[in-house]
Design a protein around this ligand. Structure first.
Ligand SMILES: Cc1cc2nc3c(=O)[nH]c(=O)nc-3n(C[C@H](O)[C@H](O)[C@H](O)COP(=O)(O)OP(=O)(O)OC[C@H]3O[C@@H](n4cnc5c(N)ncnc54)[C@H](O)[C@@H]3O)c2cc1C
Length: 403
């Protein structure tokens, strides 16, 4: 039977979803990936439980995409968090909502989902060619580096789902920007998103506290005041609360080279109440005891207080309370992009239509993290990758006249 042939280049969540959508629409689908196997970043996301989406109201979820929301909304309306959970169920993967509203597979890993998905794709006739690195677009033909040498392919339509540029050893190295830029496609340079930041810790602080989580604090930046926790590392700070502020902090660093995260170590108590509690501590008691009994601070939180204000022990109760409630953490720079959970930047929105087809290259669609959007952690990244992949795959099949 003469089926229309669709090439999907990049076998991450966006590409595999595009493959499924195009195959369901009746196309003959071939997925190409540079790596020896597909879905490596998805599997890595599974190491921390695979937070696949978020259970909050759809409107709240849409807001997480910031400036890109208007361009992502139709895809997310059509394939929202509930649809994604139903899709998982269809693969035999049950999900649950964690206490923070984050959604995970019950197995808390990605491998059963990826396995079941690949079986479904094989059943739909999707062919997967690994170790095929796309390098060039020459006169409408796609050029790949493959184990046997150069391979040239022509498709009735194609989807590029090549990911961003974080964790390049998992396959998404951002090298795709060169062949697309050569075709005149405008690309916003990548920047780290959901990344750690470097701090000039003292050696003593690093030795005692690197690896320690700082729990139940709030942090303030241009992104607002957010509760959560973060981790002290030997080079600085990382973890969900830092990631939630990362784009605002990164943009601060980009503009004037300085970014400060204001920490409140006792978010449950007002300055006045904390000052009173500190006042009640015997003057003879050691600073550590006064902090532990009067403010509930010990361990890494007390360490942070001392590290960030070397004179803190000499402060009067009111000033001490003010410092505990507003501790300035000076950030030096973002950690390298290779370590970030995701990136900002990518193909600019002006280059694609509502189906994510490149206006200058009709029949070529783009999906997932290679588009210019960013979102915090919480399942929002995968949700938008799946949703854009589905739209692009269906539209590629339509363009090709499949079905
Ligand atoms: C440690 C970690 C944990 C994460 N945890 C979560 C989480 O819990 N929840 C969440 O929502 N998000 C999470 N993410 C982010 C999420 O995994 C990504 O946003 C998502 O995988 C991006 O999907 P994608 O399909 O756009 O690209 P990718 O998953 O990066 O896939 C792109 C594919 O394209 C292939 N490729 C690249 N270049 C070429 C080329 N030239 N030729 C051929 N193939 C090529 C790559 O090999 C890769 O298989 C995490 C990321 C990391 C690094």
């Amino acid at each position: 039977m003469d089926k229309r042939r669709i090439g999907i280049i990049g076998g991450g969540p966006a590409g595999l979803m595009a493959a499924e959508a195009a195959a369901l629409a009746g196309a003959r689908v071939v997925v190409f990936d540079a790596m020896p196997s597909v879905g490596r970043k998805l599997l890595m996301a599974g190491k921390s439980g695979l937070n696949i989406t978020h259970a909050e109201q759809h409107e709240a979820l849409l807001q997480r995409y910031g400036a890109a929301r208007p361009r992502l909304q139709a895809a997310l309306d059509a394939f929202d968090g509930n649809a994604l959970r139903d899709w998982c169920t269809g693969l035999g993967i049950e999900t649950f909502v964690g206490s923070s509203g984050r959604v995970f597979p019950v197995a808390m890993k990605a491998s059963p989902l990826l396995r079941a998905w690949l079986v479904r794709l094989a059943g739909l006739g999707v062919e997967i060619r690994t170790r095929h690195r796309w390098t060039d677009l020459a006169g409408g033909e796609f050029v790949f580096d493959a184990p046997g040498g150069r391979v040239v392919e022509r498709f009735d339509a194609a989807v590029l789902a090549l990911g961003g540029a974080s964790w390049p050893r998992l396959g998404s190295d951002g090298a795709w920007t060169a062949p697309l830029a050569a075709e005149g496609v405008a690309i916003v340079p990548f920047r780290p998103a959901n990344c750690g930041f470097e701090v000039d810790w003292s050696p003593v602080f690093v030795e005692r506290f690197a690896g320690e989580p700082v729990k139940a604090v709030t942090a303030r930046s241009a992104a607002g005041t957010l509760p959560g926790e973060f981790v002290v590392s030997k080079w600085g700070v990382e973890g969900s609360l830092v990631y939630a502020h990362a784009s605002a902090l990164r943009d601060g660093l980009d503009s004037d080279g300085a970014a400060v995260l204001e920490l409140d170590l006792t978010p449950g108590r007002s300055v006045e109440r904390l000052a009173r509690d500190l006042e009640r501590q015997p003057a003879k008691a050691s600073f550590s005891n006064r902090m532990r009994k009067g403010a509930g601070l010990d361990g890494v939180k007390l360490g942070l207080l001392r590290e960030l204000d070397r004179n803190v022990a000499g402060l009067a109760p009111l000033h001490l309370a003010q410092r505990i409630k507003c501790l300035n953490l000076q950030l030096r720079r973002t950690r390298p992009m290779e370590e970030a959970i995701s990136v900002a930047g990518g193909v600019i929105w002006g280059e694609v239509n509502d189906d994510f087809m490149l206006a200058s290259l009709p029949g070529l669609f783009v999906a997932g993290e290679m588009l210019d959007w960013e979102a915090p952690t919480g399942g929002y990244l995968l949700t938008a990758c799946f949703a854009t992949g589905k739209v692009a795959g269906m539209a590629a099949a339509r363009f090709a006249g499949a079905g």
